[in-house]
Ligand binder design. Sequence first.
Ligand code: PEP
Ligand code: MN
Length: 474
Amino acid sequence: RAVSRTPRGPLRPRAIAAPSAVPFLPSADHLQEWGPQSWKQREALQQPNYPNQAELDEAVAQIAAFPPLVFAGECRTLQSRVAAAAAGEAFLVQGGDCAEAFSQFNANRIRDLFRLLLQMSVVLMYGGGVPVVKIGRLAGQFAKPRSADLETVDGQSLPSYRGDIINGPEFTPEARVPNPARLVRGYNQSAATLNLLRGFATGGYAALDRVMQWNLDFTRGSEEGRAYRDLASRIEESITFMRACGLDMHSAIMRETDFYVSHEALLLDYEAALTREDSTTGLWYGCSGHFLWCGERTRQLDGAHVEYLRGVGNPLGVKVSDKADPADLVALIAALNPENTPGRLAVIVRMGAAKLRERLPALLAAVGAAGQVVTWICDPMHGNTEAVQGYKTRRFENVRAELEAFFDVHEAAGTVPGGMHLEMTGDDVTECIGGGAAVTELDLSSRYHTHCDPRLNAEQALELAFYCFGRTRK
Ligand code: PEP
Ligand code: MN
């Protein structure tokens, strides 16, 4: 297989620019008509129809009184990191479940995703020679946009499952009724998840020498496992050398990591209840997660989601498919990032391998001609979904091919591939076909656990990181 196992030549020493200190500071004009509830004047797609308004109001009021989950200062730091990724001075990796589930909430799953993202970033840092910005798609990734309002099974139609924060996945009339009590449960799960992640990130668990020792079971037999262990021993040598030079292994830089959380800001009642004014700047932040994105189905310029997101100070993402028109994208970027602040906005491209080569160049050209600074991120998952044996799946070779196309198109255009966005899990699932793990069509039924889209398993995700090895350099 063509996965690159070795670095392409020696690492080029590179000056890492200090993080940009420019926060997103929208003009008074931009914010004139905006407020945490101003989205209610616009059409909000993909929202549930709650049968009982009083219950919804009560749940929203409760959450509005709860503490914020993330803080403005953290969002501003992340923004400077996303800005570095736009300039090729960092590479961003965002990954996690398509949809978090109440029933799959446990500490080990969070630990395994965290650990996997750290291992992928070690591979990418070594290969790319730049820092990696780590963002988990979790602690709030509950609500799902659906292509149809109804799901029909054996002639019976019920409202579609919209994610655990809205209704239940079971195919029964009771489960599918949107229940506002789920908002509070979603908040509580997110709070507990963040608490654990903060502990992992700063409590010594993420120490680099430990990361290298993690020998996940799945790395034992496979080629990726060998490649990872080989890399680990090279990094250990580098650490020994640095220690001899006087590097303090107890310093924060060797023991701690920055880890951020993200989700699609889809369920606007939840987002609005967690929108808080920052006491130091007077700006509003979406305090449900550090990085919030707008999905492909809800990015209408005059829609409620764009209205909500344009006013919060968080770093944002917007998903675009092959259907995006270059002029529309330029207008959308201007609406979300009117001051053209680096790191404010990432465009997450999800087109499918073949279509990306056709359609991305025109978007890069239009955005470049408009002088807009965005961080380009590749989501190689959502344009490559297919049905096999009754399962929604993705083929590893297509996922990798889209990533390859993304790097190639940027190279040809002279623009910067800033990161990747994956649906993945630290668990040993069989939801995507192929890769070194050689999950076959027949394996799909064995460990297919997702409530929504199919995820890469740990081995497949690590293999993608190896694929990017050396391609993340400017
Ligand atoms: C998702 O990220 O799970 C999703 C629904 O993506 P998109 O908006 O790109 O379809
Ligand atoms: Mn998905």
